[in-house]
Design a protein around this ligand. Structure first.
Ligand SMILES: [Zn+2]
Ligand SMILES: [Zn+2]
Length: 349
């Protein structure tokens, strides 16, 4: 009789423990599925999505292409002033489009696979822990340790004090109780919607921003082109960029006039001209000695060359009026736009 009572008490404890464990598993399985999916999607896009599968210059090319497609002047100005924030916005928008529109089916498949994997992990851990305890005649303490360690890479299960459950001795019963408790959790994660990814701790767009935007963002003091060095705060090497832009884009103009400067900085640095490094500078600096104009200029390697992107010539023509309004200068006099720039079409740039 007394044996029968203790057996029942043990089973009662098993049910209580199963409830406690599943309460913890409920939150961590959803989180695990979302995190795995976010990591998987970021990895997938890093390999297969053209804007994200190359180097920094490749990403910039796609950002510029998307700006040209939208032809939104304010986005251009954001990009010129704060290229990082515009690039991050681009990554966010592309990830959103990829996940929720273009590759929705693929995303659902990745999510389903992760739901399946997490379900399997729990089931597998249950039977492995149970088997081990039974073959080694272990106790509930051993079972709990084994079960948590099998899950620990993906699911966090706070440590339970096994003291209150020391009367559990029927591990098959415990396993069945847990399976029963886990069934509704399993159903719940199976019906997880893609929108749940937006609440996840890890988000695919943030993972990609971390990977892709961790580089130098220093802008050319003349034309605001962004240094293409892949190391943030790189020392020992000058900032540089293969393609500079007409400096009027950043608001450079001829001193004391409203005439924009439309020359490329690569041309200016080879010229005999000079410039005022700041709005309130009293002395001008010869372009050829631009590095002496202050810390902003000192670390830039700007070489005279002909690598002038048609893109920015197109931009100046397309947004001539907007640029004039924005900076309050004119493309006139020395800043007149050369007529051949006006023949550049969007597809040629
Ligand atoms: Zn420049
Ligand atoms: Zn740099």
């Amino acid at each position: 009789m007394s044996e029968k009572i203790s057996f029942c008490k043990g089973n009662l404890s098993a049910v209580v423990l199963a409830e406690l464990i599943c309460e913890k598993l409920k939150a961590s399985t959803v989180e695990a599925v979302c995190n795995k999916t976010a990591i998987g999607l970021a990895g997938e896009m890093r390999c297969n999505f053209p804007a994200f599968n190359g180097n920094r210059l490749n990403l910039e090319k796609h950002v510029l292409k998307s700006l040209a497609e939208k032809e939104d002047f304010d986005d251009f100005i954001t990009y010129i002033r704060n290229p990082r924030s515009q690039t991050e916005a681009f990554i966010k928008a592309e990830v959103e489009k990829y996940i929720f529109t273009d590759q929705r089916d693929e995303t659902v498949n990745i999510l389903k696979k992760n739901v399946h994997d997490v379900n399997m992990l729990v089931r597998q851990a249950l039977s492995t822990a149970t088997q081990k305890v039974q073959t080694q005649t272990g106790d509930i303490n051993m079972w709990l340790k084994e079960f948590s360690s099998l899950l620990k890479d993906e699911l966090t299960l706070d440590t339970f004090s096994s003291q209150n459950f020391s009367d559990i001795n029927n591990f098959d019963f415990l396993m069945e109780a847990l399976k029963k408790e886990f069934a509704p959790i399993s159903d719940e994660i199976r019906s997880l919607s893609l929108n749940k990814l937006k609440e996840s701790r890890l988000k695919p767009d943030e993972i990609l921003i971390d990977q892709l935007c961790n580089c130098c963002w220093v802008k050319c003091p003349f034309c605001a082109a962004v240094c293409t060095n892949t190391i943030e705060g790189h020392s020992g090497a000058d900032h540089s960029v293969p393609f500079h832009r007409p400096s009027g884009i950043k608001g450079w103009h001829y001193s004391g006039t409203v005439e924009f400067s439309i020359d490329f900085c690569t041309t200016n640095v080879a010229s005999d001209g000079s410039f005022y490094p700041c709005h309130d500078s009293e002395e001008s600096v010869p372009y050829k000695l631009y590095r002496t104009a202050g810390p902003e200029y000192a670390d830039w390697r700007i070489t005279p060359d002909e690598s002038k992107l048609l893109y920015w010539k197109w931009f100046v023509c397309r947004f001539q009026k907007k640029l004039e309004e924005h900076y309050n200068f004119k493309f006139q006099g020395r800043g007149e736009i050369p007529s051949e720039w006006k023949t550049i079409s969007k597809c040629k740039k």
